[in-house]
Write a protein that binds this ligand. Sequence first.
Ligand code: ATP
Ligand code: MG
Length: 315
Amino acid sequence: MILTVTPNPSLDRTYEVPSLHRGEVVRATGERVDPGGKGVNVSRAVAAAGRRTVAVLPLGGAPGALVAGLLDAQGIEVAPVPVAGATRSNIALAETDGVLTKINAPGPQLTADEQELLLDTVRRLAPGADWIACCGSLPRGLAPSWYAELVARVHDAGARIALDTSGPALPAALRERPDVVKPNAEELAEAVGRPLATVGDALKAAEELRAAGARAVLASLGADGQLLVDDDGAWFGTAPADAVRSNVGAGDSSLAGFLVAGGRGPGALASAVAHGAAAVQLPGSVMPGPADLKHSAVTVTTEVPVNRPLREPAS
Ligand SMILES: Nc1ncnc2c1ncn2[C@@H]1O[C@H](COP(=O)(O)OP(=O)(O)OP(=O)(O)O)[C@@H](O)[C@H]1O
Ligand SMILES: [Mg+2]
């Protein structure tokens, strides 16, 4: 079973609009509502791979109930942590030309008791989990060190933890030795405090995160592929995507691919890359299933192309 933890989940409402004009009434031509959040995406991708997953989510108010109902309808088990504040609603405006404008709400502030209940729920479920994937930003009220506390408790319970977060929460968690962290290029650059121009720069930064405590680093580099660095060495994986439709959730899909393939070594990296390439060829945040994956198109090598410039350098 793969447990996911999304401290700040959302109800994502997407409106299709012809075009946006500030200050005017914009009439939507279509509307959809989805459960949102990085861990929720990982759970959706794990479920699409045919594996059992449970999503731990603080949920509150009517939007929280709707998130639980939508996930239940998709066959995804939820371990709800009831909170007093209402789960946030995020709005996306999708224009016909493909431009997406998003308005993300801050979400509820969790009380000290709610924070403790969230940690305790994870610890209670940890013994049944092969992996625990902790993903996304922290809601208001949670200190940047909250993930560090979570890693410590999960390790006490004997489970392995994958962490995908940004900002100060990422470096703060490293001292507790998460089993794998999955930064994208921007998150990696921010964590080491310098820009990344080449695959070699990303490799050096990943090694720095390991020196700071991460046991393995799975760095996703957008169109440039992915880098895995662990105790046994470094691997670089790529797969072509013929038609990129949406990169939303491609990193979350990659992390799910890595974990369902065992969560370590070049085989898991190949699965992560296959999932990422498949995800970008599907619309919105649709997660790929086995039929969407092209394993034969994936290349994994120990010869990391350190001098290769990144197509999307990170500042
Ligand atoms: N244009 C592309 N062509 C081929 N593969 C891609 C492309 N963009 C992304 N991918 C694949 O998806 C992976 C994840 O993408 P990316 O690094 O953008 O993740 P991310 O920023 O964490 O995304 P998110 O957090 O929205 O899920 C990449 O490492 C790569 O394997
Ligand atoms: Mg990401």
